[in-house]
Design a protein around this ligand. Structure first.
Ligand code: SF4
Length: 324
C-alpha cells in the first residue's frame, strides 16, 4: 500500500479527488473502485505494487497503430476499476484482487529491461486507479529513455490528469458511446469527463481512441456521426479504432454484425483520416495515405512501414503524423 494522492481529509471521512466519482469514504471503507481505502483518515492505494497481469504485447494490441508500429511493449495491469461495464471484457482481472502478486517497482523495471520492449503500457484494468504505481514506474521508464503508454477509460479528474500527462508518451482512450445515458446505465460512469480527458490529452501527447460497438446500443448512424465529428474537431488525424463486441460478463447480446463495423468506418471516414476495425479478422487494417491513397503501413501478415520516408508519404510527399 502507498498513501494515495489527490484526497482531502474532512474529519469523519475523506474525499478522493482522483476521478469524477469524487467518493466520500468513511474510515475502513473504499471508494467505488474498491482500491482506495480510508484508514484512520489517510487514503491509501491498496493496489500499489500488486500485479495481476504481465505481457509483452505488440503495440498494435493496445491498440496503437500510429505509435512505433511493429514494436513490442511490456504491459502490466493490477486490479480494480472506477467503471462497472456490463460487458467488461476483462472482469476477471478487474475483480482479481486474489490473483494479484506482489512485485516491487524495482522488480517490474527489471522484468521490463529483460525484454526488447519500447517501454511500459499500463493496461488490462483501469490504470488511472493505480495512479501512484503508474507515476512511479513512468518516472523510472522516462529516466531510462523508454516510452510510457496508458490504456484508459479516460474517467479521471483534470488535476491528476494534468499532473500525469508529461510522463505519458501515448494513450488509447475508450470512448464507449456518445450518450451519457449509455455511460450511466451500462458503465456506471459519465460521458463529459471522458470527452474532457480526450480533448486535454490530445493537446499534450499522442492519443488514439477506441469505441467498442454494440448493435442497438451505440451504433446508430447519428451517434457514429457525432462521435467522429467530435474527434475531428480536435484533430482530423486522431486515430479511431472501432472494436467488435463479443458477449461477456453480464451482457448476452450477440457479437456485433460485421456490416455495422463496415458502416461505422464508412461514416467516420467522412470526418477522420484514419479509422480502423479491430477485434475481428478479415478487415484490411493497413494504413493508407489520406491524400493519395498509397499504402503507408502494411498490416496483413506483420506490421511493416512500406510507404513513409521522413514522416512523409513516399508517393505524394504529404506529412504523415505517425511516430516511429
Ligand atoms: S478513484 Fe476510486 S475512490 Fe477515488 S473517486 Fe474514483 S472511484 Fe472513488
Amino acid at each position: 500500500m502507498k498513501e494515495a494522492k489527490f484526497y482531502e481529509n474532512k474529519g469523519d471521512y475523506v474525499i478522493c479527488k482522483l476521478c469524477p466519482h469524487n467518493c466520500k469514504i468513511k474510515n475502513g471503507s473504499t471508494g467505488i473502485c474498491k482500491v482506495r481505502k480510508n484508514i484512520d483518515g489517510v487514503l491509501y492505494s491498496t493496489n500499489y505494487e500488486k500485479i495481476t497481469s504481465i505481457g509483452l504485447d505488440p503495440i498494435e494490441k493496445k491498440p496503437l497503430y500510429h505509435f512505433y508500429p511493429g514494436t513490442k511493449i511490456f504491459s502490466i495491469g493490477s486490479f480494480g476499476c472506477n467503471f462497472r461495464c456490463d460487458y467488461c471484457q476483462n472482469y476477471e482481472i478487474v475483480e482479481g484482487e486474489a490473483l494479484a502478486i506482489d512485485l516491487s517497482i524495482e522488480k517490474i523495471i527489471q522484468l521490463e529491461e529483460e525484454t526488447n520492449s519500447i517501454g511500459m503500457a499500463f493496461t488490462y484494468n483501469e490504470p488511472t486507479i493505480f495512479y501512484e504505481m503508474v507515476e512511479d514506474l513512468a518516472k523510472e521508464m522516462r529516466n531510462r529513455g523508454k516510452k510510457n503508454v496508458l490504456v484508459t477509460n479516460g474517467f479521471i479528474n483534470k488535476e491528476p490528469l494534468t499532473h500525469l500527462l508529461p510522463l505519458i508518451d501515448a494513450m488509447n482512450i475508450d470512448l464507449k458511446a456518445m450518450s451519457d445515458d449509455f455511460y450511466k446505465k451500462i458503465c456506471k460512469g459519465k460521458l463529459d469527463p471522458v470527452l474532457e480527458t480526450i480533448k486535454l490529452s490530445a493537446t499534450k501527447t499522442h492519443v488514439e481512441v477506441t469505441t467498442l460497438l454494440i448493435d442497438e446500443y451505440n451504433t446508430s448512424e447519428e451517434e457514429i456521426e457525432r462521435l467522429s465529428y467530435f474527434l475531428s474537431n480536435i484533430d482530423k488525424d486522431i486515430v479511431l479504432h472501432f472494436s467488435r463486441y463479443f458477449p461477456k460478463h453480464k451482457m448476452n447480446n450477440p457479437a456485433t454484425n460485421l456490416s455495422t463495423l463496415t458502416k461505422a468506418k464508412e461514416i467516420a471516414k467522412k470526418h477522420l483520416n484514419y479509422v480502423y476495425i479491430g477485434n475481428v479478422f478479415g478487415f484490411d487494417n493497413s494504413t493508407y495515405c489520406p491524400y493519395c491513397n498509397s499504402k503507408l503501413i502494411d498490416r496483413n501478415f506483420k506490421t511493416q512501414i512500406v510507404g513513409i520516408e521522413k514522416n512523409r508519404c513516399s508517393h505524394c510527399g504529404q506529412e504523415i503524423p505517425i511516430i516511429y
